[in-house]
Design a protein. Structure first.
Length: 186
């Protein structure tokens, strides 16, 4: 039950941040993020690296908000997105994937009233989320291999890169499907 509460709190925080319009409240939420990082012993270097990784997305989102709104709207949206990114890193660092799936299954249990198998839905989401680091590592390996073979950057190599990555993803997904089938999961 604790995992379901954590999933609900994380979801509420992630959605609720985008309804905040006050800089003071956002500053308080930033303090909460820092406090959680200290209490949960989260490595601040890894947290900053995670924010740097997502900074192009945050910058692009702020840029589009600036183009269609104003500077204040863009800045507050970038701050919100930064807070959600940091909280996602904290959540992912401390909640194991299996516990996340259990919490998600409990949260989705009302869907059982309309005959939706919440166990399969939670397992599918957990597998999809766990594929993200696998996909990132595969992309890094392919990129290094292409550099080692002295491939130049260009559109032809980009399509080759995506063909290889899709092959790898489909191969891993097929292997996972056969594994789940062999274990009797339907």
């Amino acid at each position: 039950m604790i995992w379901a509460i954590l999933v609900l709190l994380f979801s509420a925080y992630s959605v609720g941040v985008f309804f905040v319009h006050s800089w003071w409240v956002l500053l308080g939420l930033a303090g909460l993020n820092i406090l959680l990082m200290v209490v949960l012993l989260i490595n601040p270097v890894r947290a900053v690296r995670s924010l740097i990784l997502f900074s192009p997305l945050i910058f692009l989102s702020a840029l589009f908000n600036y183009l269609w709104a104003d500077l204040d709207t863009a800045a507050i949206f970038a701050a919100r997105l930064t807070l959600v990114t940091n909280m996602t890193f904290i959540f992912a660092s401390r909640v194991p994937m299996l516990k996340f799936a259990v919490g998600l299954q409990i949260c989705l249990s009302p869907l059982g009233l309309v005959k939706i198998n919440t166990r399969n839905v939670a397992l599918t989401i957990a597998i999809a989320v766990s594929f993200i680091p696998i996909l990132r590592d595969e992309a890094r390996t392919i990129r290094h291999a292409m550099r080692a073979k002295a491939r130049r950057r260009g559109m032809g190599n980009l399509t080759l890169f995506f063909k290889i990555i899709m092959y790898k993803v489909l191969y891993r997904a097929g292997s996972l499907a056969m594994t789940l089938d062999a274990k009797g999961h339907r």
